[in-house]
Ligand binder design. Structure first.
Ligand SMILES: Nc1ncnc2c1ncn2[C@@H]1O[C@H](COP(=O)(O)OP(=O)(O)OP(=O)(O)O)[C@@H](O)[C@H]1O
Ligand SMILES: [Mg+2]
Length: 476
């Protein structure tokens, strides 16, 4: 029961502590650490001070005792003068003979018994704390015992410890006042500085809270300097730039895609309207052909969009996911495509191929070849060539046609989504401008590259050159 209560209390403290915020937590931590430092340093200071006071008292007692002992048995008057001088320095003195009788003393000890029992005093020097009859303070008694002229003589010198203790108490009182003041100052300074340092973070948070996904144009305020908060603001703004850019691309993509989808749908609807309103002018075979053509176009468009969305999802510069990686013989794909071409076009089709195996997604790679060949056929005057070679660790696929070349300025742009060059937009109604975008995304996901170049040997036309990493050879 009790441990349950304790645990609940601990949980409550932990929750409060976590919820308290960085400013309060930093302040509490700074004050606690400072309190420990003050306690440790103050304690050490008092200990050292006490030792120091005691040592200087011992040294002064011993010096008096030595001067008294040096005069013992030499000159009675000099001896008493030395004892009186010591008494003026607030030291009480007793000189004892070998039998333990007091033979000389300072005025305040006149007639008093020996300060310490001479039988228990060590030979040489000793120090002891005692209470004396004439004072409330404790005294430090130093004994000096030795042989003078062959007879044992003992000197006691006593000084009050009261002055030293007063000094110690004053020092402790000083610490007791200064310590809390110091803690207060540390706490205040930490609270203010941390609060000031966090103010830009609060501003950044408020701004980010206010940014909706509809309007990503706002940027967080960047405090001056190069500290962590300034760098955080820079990073946030860079992230907002990327989000805004991505959002713009997505919107453009959606609007282009709807636009492209609308045109075959409009064609189908117009054909259906005519068939319904003017059945006598409609040839069912023509209508069926038109519907099939538009359906094919829609089918290609939708599968291109799906493929692009799938590639996007795998991550911007992502690679083909592990389960989709299989060994693909590019030469087989090229052979199939060549066969299809010969059956569907009257163009002159040249083929050169070497065996080349890559790791990847067979249907996506077949799509790359199909898109390049379709483009080549569409733009060829009379001939198309497909070439597959191995070059070091890479497979090189070149698809060439002898039509009008792609202008140098457009050779990058045509790989973007929905980009068609005007000339071909007018010439063929079929293309949606996604073919080369699919090519580039698939090739990139396979760790390869694609580019447009002039055909080898300076012949007129266009070549698309794809390079892909070859699959590693089996060990044998
Ligand atoms: N072999 C080529 N010769 C000349 N221009 C080409 C060739 N291949 C592509 N292009 C140009 O690049 C543009 C983009 O090609 P892409 O394949 O992406 O789109 P598309 O062929 O118009 O449409 P889709 O392939 O989606 O049916 C084409 O519109 C065309 O202008
Ligand atoms: Mg195309």
């Amino acid at each position: 029961m009790r441990s349950g209560n304790l645990e609940r209390m601990r949980d409550r403290v932990v929750t409060r502590w976590r919820g308290a915020g960085v400013q309060v937590r930093s302040t509490v931590a700074a004050v606690l650490v400072q309190a420990l430092v003050v306690l440790a340093a103050g304690g050490l200071l008092l200990l050292l001070l006490r030792d120091d006071l005691r040592q200087s008292l011992e040294a002064s007692n011993l010096a008096t005792a030595q001067s008294v002992q040096a005069l013992a048995g030499v000159d009675r008057e000099d001896l008493q003068a030395a004892i009186d001088a010591a008494a003026r320095r607030r030291a009480a003195v007793q000189l004892l003979d070998a039998d333990g009788n007091v033979v000389a003393s300072s005025a305040d000890l006149r007639g008093a018994a020996p300060l310490l029992d001479p039988a228990t005093v060590p030979t040489g020097t000793g120090h002891e704390k005692v209470r004396l009859p004439f004072d409330d303070d404790a005294y430090l008694v130093t004994s000096l015992s030795g042989q003078v002229d062959g007879r044992r003589s003992t000197v006691f010198v006593a000084q009050s410890l009261g002055t030293g203790e007063d000094t110690l108490h004053a020092a402790a009182a000083g610490l007791a006042v200064a310590g809390p003041l110091l803690l207060l100052a540390v706490g205040f300074a930490t609270y203010v500085f941390v609060g000031r340092a966090l103010r830009p973070v609060t501003r950044i948070r408020r701004t980010v809270e206010g940014i909706s996904h509809r309007d990503l144009s706002e940027r967080v305020p960047r405090p001056p300097g190069q500290d962590e908060v300034a760098r955080l603001a820079t990073t946030m703004n860079a992230m907002l730039d990327r989000l805004e850019g991505g959002e713009a691309v997505r919107r453009q993509f959606v609007s282009d895609a709807s636009h492209e989808l609308r045109s075959p749908v409009a064609t189908l609807r117009a054909a259906a309207d005519i068939a319904l309103t003017q059945p006598e002018r409609t040839d069912p075979a023509d209508l069926a052909r038109l519907v099939r053509g538009e359906a094919q176009r829609l089918d290609r468009l939708v599968s291109d969009l799906l493929l692009l969305a799938r590639l996007d999802e795998r991550g911007r510069a992502g690679t083909v996911a592990e389960p989709e990686r299989e060994e693909v013989d590019l030469d087989d794909l090229v052979t199939d495509e060549h066969r299809r071409l010969r059956g569907t076009t009257g163009l002159d089709v040249a083929l050169h191929r070497e065996p080349a195996r890559v790791l990847g997604d067979a249907s996506a790679l077949a799509r790359v070849l199909r898109n390049l060949v379709d483009n080549a056929v569409r733009h060829a005057h009379s001939s198309v060539a497909v070439e597959l070679r191995r070059n070091g660790s890479r497979a090189v696929l070149v698809v060439t046609n002898d039509g009008a070349p792609v202008p140098v300025a457009d050779r990058e742009r045509i790989f973007d989504r929905f980009v068609r060059l005007d000339e071909s937009r007018a010439r063929d109604a079929g293309g949606s401008g996604l073919g080369l975008a699919v090519v580039r995304d698939v090739v990139t996901a396979h760790g390869g590259s694609v580019r447009v170049e002039d055909p080898e040997g300076g012949a007129p036309g266009t070549s698309f050159r794809v390079e892909l990493p070859l699959a590693p050879l089996p060990p044998d």
